[in-house]
Every structure is written in structure tokens, then in C-alpha cells.
Design a protein around this ligand. Structure first.
Ligand SMILES: C[S@@+](CC[C@H](N)C(=O)[O-])C[C@H]1O[C@@H](n2cnc3c(N)ncnc32)[C@H](O)[C@@H]1O
Length: 447
């Protein structure tokens, strides 16, 4: 028997979609809205949540159809109309094929009135209802099958081949990444955390790659798990991310610069690996993110060995001087394509202009690292990206620009797999290693 919905239910769905766009993670925003509308925990909550999850995953695809139907870029619509349009497009084009509840009739009947009340645009919605069938042709079958933009797919396929790219995207589409905790051995032991999690009813698994990372399947997450993080016994970080600090292999007594530090997963790990016996300088230009970095360091008990510089990492040579660091970590902003399984909207967001902008920033940050590292010092460059443009190509650029003055090193331990293009660089792959996708290169500046 199909579910019977009221205008208030449809309003809850539209408001939740809108708020999910404003706050991350969208699940928290959705829960808040469904509580306000009195449907949290009900059958309607379950039905709407399943739809919303898919609508976020397919956002780029749905946006293309909406745009074709109404002739206006989705970004230009007001936020309520955009929210209603996305969920309606999902209903009409995809929902029935995946066994979701059919709420099309309720949406068509109530949405124009709801949009008028919320200050949205009922006419745009009506136009979408009329023209959506014609607009179907905007769907690229490859994008629909792999749930990723053709732009990202082609970049990945050009480098690992079409077959493996297909396997990779099929895998991330069905995989729910576990919750990963890196145990802070300054405060506790892996054994203690494993025991605590077992007592809570979980079946923790220690990562086969990083011995201090413990994973549990998400399922119903109990708040006690987050107590471990709040008290600084663990940091939310997966093994692919934790590998970066391990590969840099920081040593007690060293001066280490972390050029892109917030929220501090890797900075706190560097401090821990040197048992608080190194001096770390951590850059972060954004005040809110610098505050998060400080919080992480305080929680894990590493704040006294880290100087936070609220500034642009590219200015590090002017601020610190040339050749002052024994080791530098460069973990720059990136496309985040390595985290598609966790962040579904990443599948569609990346545009060629954006990729050009971030790769320029990545080159500039890496060059700053080259300038501040001492002769004989190490640089570890890492990105949570599946694209060679942000990994292999950035490093090739530095190696050719400073030919002979900086060289790649074989990382030890040789975590994950060699890069298909650079045998001395490493790559973590979601479908091969059940973790986020990462690229790592360890370099040494020649004396
Ligand atoms: C990939 S995140 C770093 C994650 C961090 N290393 C960790 O493990 O928790 C990139 C960070 O670089 C910061 N960032 C952006 N532009 C920057 C710049 N010009 N210089 C330094 N950091 C920058 C971002 O705000 C973001 O916090």
C-alpha cells in the first residue's frame, strides 16, 4: 500500500534537502528538520532518508536534467526550489527503478503551494513537471551507471584503464566505509581501544596497513564511540590518511613543518610519532579551521610542541626563511575524489576550471616546501585524490623544475601499492585497500 503523505510531510522533505545543502553532514541537518516536523524515526523518515541519500549521490546528474528542463542553471534557482527540483527529478527518473516509494503524485500536488509559502518559485517547479520527460536525454548513460561525472571518470580511466576505473567506481558506489579511529598512543593503547569498542558491542578490526588504526562498521553509531575522540584517546582518521605521517617518518629532535594542517589529523600524528620530542610548525590560513586544529592538538595533548601559524603555506619561506626544516608535510586542498564513498557530492562537483585552480595551488605549496626544507631534508606530498593531475603530475613538475636538486625516495614502510606511473610513489585505492584513495610521494632535497 503506497504511503499517504500530507503537505507538511512534503514540506519537511524539501526543507531537509535545503538544510542538507547548507550544513554538513547532511544527515545531521535532516535529523534536525525531521524532528521539527515530527516525523523523526517514523516510516516517512526512513523513506525520505533513503531518497535523500540517493539524490545527494546523483546530484550532478539530476541538476543536469533540471537545467535542461527549466533552462536555468540549478545554482541560480533559490535554495527551496533547487531542493524541491532535485528530489522531484530523482523521483521521476530514478526512484522507481531502485524500488523507492513513489511519492510523485504528492509532490506534484503539494509542492507548488509549499514553494509559494516558503518564498520559492512554483512556476519553475511546474515547468519541471511538464518538461522532465523530454529532458531525460541529458543523462549520460555512463554517468548514470557509474554515478560519477564523465570528467572525473575520464581522468581516472586515462591513467588506470577503463576496466579498473569501472571496478573502482562500482566499488565505491556500494561500499559504506567503516568508521576509522587512529589511536592516540600518547594517551592509551590500541589494545585498550579495541577492548572498549568490544564492550560496546562492536567488532573492531585493526588496519592491516597502519597498526594504530582501528575500524568499526558504521551501522548504528553509539555516542560512546565519539567519547574516545572527545577525550583525545583517538582521532577520526583512516589508514590512508594516517599513512602520510608514517611515510614522512618524523624523528625526535627534528623541526617539522606541516604546510596545510587543519583539522590536524596528520599534525597530531607527527607529534605522537616523535613522542612530543619534535618542534612542529603548522600552517592554516582560515581562522575557523585553525581553531579546529588547535582543538585537535589540545585534545590529544600535543599542543605544546606545535606552533600554529594562521597564514598561507605559500608564504612559509618568507615567514620562516629558506632551508630551515628537517621535514615538511604537504597535504594540500584537493578534489577529494579519494573520498567519494564518504562524500557523494564530490562525484559531480569538480569542473575543469576548479581542477586547474587547485593544481596551481598544489604546485605553489609544494614549491614552498622545497624552499623551506634543508638540504638532505624530506618532503612528503599527499593528496586524497584519484587523479594523476593532483598527484603524479604535480611531483613530475617539481622534479623537472628542480632537476637533480630534489629526488624521490622509496618510502619505508612501502604502504599500499606503487603508483602505476611512478614506481617509487605510493597509491591507496578504495577498491583494492578498502580505504580512501590517496597519492603519496616522498622526496629528498639534495645536499
Ligand atoms: C586536505 S586539508 C588538510 C588536512 C590535514 N592535513 C589533516 O590531516 O587533518 C587542506 C587544508 O589546507 C588548508 N589550506 C587552504 N589553502 C591553504 C594555503 N594557501 N596554505 C595552507 N593551507 C591551506 C585548507 O583550509 C585545509 O584545512
Amino acid at each position: 500500500m503506497p504511503v499517504k503523505l500530507t503537505p507538511r510531510d512534503i514540506e519537511a522533505l524539501i526543507v531537509a534537502m535545503k538544510r542538507g545543502e547548507e550544513y554538513k553532514p547532511w544527515q545531521v541537518a535532516k535529523r534536525e528538520v525531521f524532528r521539527e516536523y515530527g516525523i523523526a524515526g517514523t516510516v516517512k523518515d526512513k523513506i525520505f532518508t533513503a531518497m535523500m541519500y540517493r539524490a545527494w549521490s546523483l546530484q550532478g546528474l539530476l541538476d543536469r536534467v533540471v537545467e535542461k528542463a527549466v533552462g536555468v542553471s540549478v545554482e541560480k534557482l533559490d535554495a527551496y526550489t533547487r531542493a524541491a527540483a532535485r528530489i522531484y527529478a530523482f523521483q521521476r527518473l530514478i526512484a522507481h527503478r531502485e524500488g523507492h516509494e513513489d511519492i510523485t503524485v504528492w509532490m506534484e500536488e503539494f509542492t507548488p503551494r509549499i514553494l509559494a509559502k516558503l518564498g520559492g518559485d512554483p512556476d519553475i517547479f511546474k515547468m519541471l513537471v511538464e518538461r522532465i520527460e523530454e529532458a531525460r536525454t541529458a543523462i549520460d548513460p555512463l554517468e548514470e551507471r557509474l554515478m560519477v561525472s564523465r570528467f572525473i571518470y575520464e581522468r581516472v580511466a586515462s591513467f588506470i584503464g577503463e576496466n579498473e576505473a569501472e571496478t573502482l567506481f562500482q566499488f565505491v558506489n556500494s561500499w559504506v566505509p567503516p568508521l576509522s579511529l587512529r589511536v592516540n598512543t600518547l594517551k592509551t593503547t590500541v589494545g585498550n581501544v579495541v577492548k572498549w569498542l568490544r564492550r560496546l558491542g562492536y567488532k573492531p578490526r585493526v588496519s592491516p596497513f597502519v597498526e594504530t588504526v582501528v575500524k568499526i562498521e558504521r551501522g548504528e553509531l553509539r555516542p560512546e564511540v565519539f567519547k574516545l575522540v572527545r577525550r583525545g584517546f583517538a582521532v577520526l582518521q583512516d589508514d590512508a590518511s594516517a599513512a602520510a605521517s608514517l611515510l614522512l617518518a618524523p624523528r625526535p629532535g627534528e623541526t617539522i613543518v606541516d604546510l596545510c594542517a587543519a583539522p590536524g589529523g596528520k599534525t597530531s600524528h607527527l607529534a605522537e610519532l616523535t613522542r612530543l620530542k619534535s618542534h612542529i610548525i603548522a600552517f592554516e590560513p582560515y581562522p575557523d579551521r585553525a581553531a579546529k586544529l588547535r582543538e585537535t592538538l589540545e585534545r590529544v595533548g600535543a599542543d605544546r610542541v606545535v606552533d600554529i601559524v594562521m597564514g598561507d603555506g605559500r608564504r612559509a619561506p618568507d615567514m620562516l626563511g629558506e632551508e630551515v626544516a628537517d621535514a615538511v608535510l604537504v597535504d594540500p586542498p584537493c578534489s577529494s575524489t579519494g573520498t567519494i564513498a564518504k562524500n557523494p557530492d564530490v562525484r559531480w562537483r569538480l569542473k575543469p576550471e576548479e581542477l586547474e585552480k587547485i593544481t596551481k595551488l598544489q604546485r605553489e605549496l609544494l614549491e614552498a616546501a622545497y624552499r623551506i626544507v634543508k638540504p638532505g631534508g624530506r618532503i612528503l606530498y599527499s593528496v586524497c585524490s584519484l587523479l594523476r593531475e593532483e598527484g603524479e603530475d604535480i611531483i613530475s613538475w617539481l622534479l623537472s623544475k628542480y632537476h637533480g636538486r630534489v629526488k624521490p625516495l622509496e618510502p619505508n614502510p612501502p604502504l599500499f601499492d606503487p603508483s602505476p606511473l611512478q614506481p617509487w610513489a605510493r597509491r591507496a585505492w578504495p577498491h583494492r585497500h578498502r580505504t580512501s584513495g590517496f597519492y603519496y610521494a616522498l622526496l629528498v632535497k639534495q645536499a
